[in-house]
Design a binder for this molecule. Structure first.
Ligand SMILES: Nc1nc2c(ncn2[C@@H]2O[C@H](COP(=O)(O)OP(=O)(O)O)[C@@H](O)[C@H]2O)c(=O)[nH]1
Ligand SMILES: [Mg+2]
Length: 484
């Protein structure tokens, strides 16, 4: 995501703004480079002009505050402008009514059907019961696709909660789409669902028949939200379709898909300015969990190559319950963290999904580096196997593990003795680090600590859960303080 831009911004930062000093000439040249970078990344021309002008005014006009380095200030100015460009009033989707109707529209292949499934998952996680409606009778496969998504989602949730969960998918391919949608309202209510998600047909180009159909669906169902699903890779044409859809059926937000495969990122920066509509969600993969609420500030720091620490923390929080986090935190502070806890951490990380994606969110070059560095995911299973081959006592006090015990573990886990050694060494190092950190009160910096791969060894880089925990704790502490 945004490889072109973030690489370029990295170059610019190094070339012009790496030293503490900054001159008007630096600024001028840096800004010109930024302008080129944005144009190359397919950011709308008008948007680039506006941004460059504002950055220039601010950079030249601004008192370069002494407390931070001028170059940091410059980066901050650019960052703030990027945020301003993409800023939205509200993030994600807050359901406030007893019954809510969401309608998805967009060109064929933009990702409507997939997004319906993802959105259903997002809403279930927030405690809602979605009802999916296949109103794309143009392509019979589209209804089947929606059914497959609904079934997979139902299975995922059932497995997670241990009780039967179903995501109803309704369609009646013989009926006209507006009737299907209209009929689905009472069906959804009968099924005790509180959110209706309408998956409509798309075309390769805007056409009158489609617009008529969509308008009729809109009239018959009076949706609370109409989301335009837009493929981020389609470039400038996508804006014209967004505008056309808006003029004819009135959209109130955009879901920008396929950002995972869009190296340029121009669309994310231009949509708001060009169409006046905010991005609500972004699609970052084909799977059901690959949907994120859109946050302008996080997106800006991704683009500037500062990683996306906040997203990572959130993801960690999602899989880690608060009590567990508290417990882990205490253990780290007392340095009573054991191999057993490490195993639990691993299981949590696994739940967070693909390691490579997670690495991409780490700040600085490191994340990208790790992402490119062919992460061997099997290392998790091997470490787990080693820990499993330990006795409970050994897990509690790894220091007792001697040569013959190591040999037994390596045999039991099917790994090399070197690997056992490596794990024990890294674990020791990590514990030492935790002790030092808790002594110096540095736990707040744990998240950035994840970036310090060198010190923590591979383990450090694999333990985002820990950072999530300490962050959560400090936030809760703040809340408590507020109450007092
Ligand atoms: N990589 C990636 N692929 C996506 C994303 N969203 C959708 N797709 C893929 O894009 C293709 C078209 O999606 P679909 O939902 O059928 O589009 P529709 O015609 O608008 O309903 C499918 O192959 C999806 O798997 C995304 O965020 N990332
Ligand atoms: Mg579809």
């Amino acid at each position: 995501m945004f490889k072109t831009l973030s690489n370029k911004f990295d170059d610019i930062k190094n070339k012009f703004f790496s030293s503490g000093k900054i001159s008007e000439k630096n600024i001028q040249e840096g800004i010109e480079e930024i302008e080129k970078a944005l144009i190359n990344a397919d950011v709308n021309f008008r948007v680039v002009k506006g941004l460059v002008k504002r950055v220039k005014e601010k950079a030249i006009g601004e008192e370069l505050i002494k407390s931070i380095t001028p170059s940091q200030l410059f980066i901050k100015i650019v960052n703030d402008e990027l945020v301003e460009l993409m800023k939205t009033d509200e993030q994600g989707l807050e359901i406030t009514k007893d019954f809510t109707i969401i309608m998805m529209v967009g060109l064929q292949g933009s990702g409507k059907t997939t997004t319906c499934g993802k959105l259903a998952r997002y809403l279930i996680k927030k405690g809602h019961r979605p009802f999916l409606v296949g109103a794309d009778t143009q392509r019979p496969a589209a209804i089947e696709q929606l059914k497959v998504l609904g079934k997979a989602l139902g299975e995922e949730i059932s497995q997670e909660t241990g009780s039967e969960f179903e995501v109803p998918v309704y369609s009646e391919p013989q009926d006209p789409p507006p009737k299907i949608c209209k009929d689905s309202i009472s069906l959804a209510k009968e099924n005790n669902c509180d959110v209706l998600i309408l998956d409509t047909a798309g075309r390769l180009h805007i056409d009158d028949a489609l617009m008529k159909e969509l308008l009729s669906i809109r009239k018959k169902t009076k949706p609370d939200h109409v989301f335009f699903v837009m493929d981020s890779m389609t470039g400038q044409n996508a804006f014209d379709s967004a505008k056309a859809f808006d003029e004819q059926i009135n959209i109130d937000g955009v879901v920008l898909t396929k950002l995972d495969s869009d190296a340029k990122g121009g669309a994310a920066l231009s949509i708001k300015e060009v169409t006046g509509k905010s991005i609500k969600f972004i699609g970052v993969g084909e799977k059901l969990d690959a949907l994120e609420e859109f946050h302008a500030d996080r997106m800006a720091s991704r683009i500037l190559g500062m990683g996306d620490v906040v997203s990572l923390v959130k993801k960690a929080e999602e899989v880690m319950d608060e009590e567990k986090a508290e417990e882990m935190y205490q253990k780290m502070v007392d340095a009573s963290f054991t191999m057993h806890d490490l195993l639990e951490q691993f299981q949590m990380i696994k739940k967070m999904g693909n390691l490579r994606d997670l690495m991409g969110m780490l700040p600085g070059g490191l994340g990208v580096q790790m992402q490119n560095a062919d992460i061997d995911e099997s290392i998790f299973s091997r470490i787990e196997a080693i820990i499993h081959s330990m006795t409970p006592q050994e897990r509690e006090t790894p220091d007792m593990i001697n040569g013959s015990r190591k040999l037994r573990m390596s045999k039991g886990s099917g790994t090399k003795v070197q690997e056992v050694n490596q794990l024990l060494n890294q674990f020791r190092e990590m514990r030492k680090m935790m002790q030092n950190m808790s002594k110096s009160g540095m736990f707040g910096n744990m998240m950035s600590g994840m970036g310090m791969g060198g010190g923590l060894g591979d383990l450090g880089n694999m333990m985002p859960g820990l950072g999530g925990g300490s962050k959560q704790r400090s936030r809760r502490k703040k809340k408590k303080r507020k109450k007092k």
